[in-house]
Design a protein around this ligand. Sequence first.
Ligand code: PEP
Length: 252
Amino acid sequence: MRKKIVAGNWKMNKTFNEAEDLLFDIADLLKNNRPADVEILVCPPAIYLELSADIAHENGFSCGAQNLSQHEAGAFTGEISAAMIASTGAKYVIVGHSERRTYFGEDDVLLAAKVSQALKHELVPVYCCGEVLAEREAEKHFTVVGEQIQKALFHLTAEEFSRVVIAYEPVWAIGTGRTASPAQAQEMHAFIRKVLADKFGQAAAEETTILYGGSCNAANAAELFANPDVDGGLIGGASLKAEDFVKIASSF
Ligand code: PEP
């Protein structure tokens, strides 16, 4: 059975003390309210990865980075390698978040290299895809998402692909308070699973965890997660409050 995951993307938020408080608050809440069969993942700013991985592992949740370099090592000032991330104890890395695509010019060719680099160092890439509003309005959302998947993931072997998590994040829903309806989310997740089945086979597609992201919160998570092809969420704003985040993780 495929894994359910609720992941928090903290983006560029929290000072060191605030990050530590949030981690311990999540740990405390999970002591009394641990959802069964759901992996809980926090993705803090990279500077807190070691701290976060330590607290996460002591308290039964997981830690991941928000980005990685496509390079192995060397003269790339300011960059963080997959090996560095793995050496902190982090297990996951978000790849291709729409903010990386929009503000840092990351395209699918670069993201294909980042996915491979993550897998090389035994990190689980959480590969983000999703259309912008104009693409949905022009009814191009299936084409756009299909191409994002094909260009960044179809070079993988079956074994490599079996370690990938996908997050469908319609860009028009990220940080906007506007959420895809449960039907829109289900429709796209089923489409993604079909694209994966055509390339990697039905069994592999059935085993792939596909998360929804985009203004998912404590009030709407349950109806989104109730869909058969929605295996959890990638949560931005609502992951910055421990109560909300743990409530979302308990929404299956
Ligand atoms: C995100 O950044 O991945 C995200 C889904 O953000 P938000 O939940 O704030 O829309």
